[in-house]
Design a binder for this molecule. Structure first.
Ligand code: ZN
Length: 134
């Protein structure tokens, strides 16, 4: 079952250049900066109520975020839904005919298990299922 919108992922060229906007203009606090090797990205998290913004900076040209920036430029990259059972959520989506990027969850930021659905199956919005904070 999906329990809430966990976070919105935003692709940026540089955390250093983008963090001041979120801190100074929006008045948010950067809670942590974390590298996610499985996605070759560096992330920065900001809480807005109980939803987070996740800024994503590519750590290499092979990062999916590098390709996204090349094709579309900076902007909203994905919406993440918190699920009480990511594997079950994936199995259900697949059974309903949804194309998956990950058939089983991978390690995401914050020790969460995450998996992505293909945007071709989700009306253009790259969608992530993630587990609760550990
Ligand atoms: Zn995410």
């Amino acid at each position: 079952m999906l329990t809430k919108i966990d976070h919105i992922g935003i692709a940026v060229h540089s955390l250093d250049e983008s963090i001041p906007f979120f801190e100074n203009v929006l008045g948010l606090t950067c809670e942590k900066i974390e590298e996610v090797p499985s996605q070759k990205v560096k992330t920065a998290f900001f809480a807005v109520g109980d939803v987070h913004l996740e800024l994503l900076e590519p750590m290499s040209d092979e990062s999916p975020i590098a390709k996204f920036l090349e094709n579309k430029g900076p902007g909203v990259h994905h919406v993440a839904y918190q699920s009480d059972d990511v594997q079950n959520q994936l199995d259900h989506a697949a059974k309903e005919g949804c194309r998956l990027i990950h058939e089983t969850p991978i390690d995401g930021a914050g020790g969460k298990k995450v998996a992505f659905l293909h945007p071709k199956s989700t009306f253009g919005v790259l969608s992530e299922f993630c587990s609760k904070n550990q």
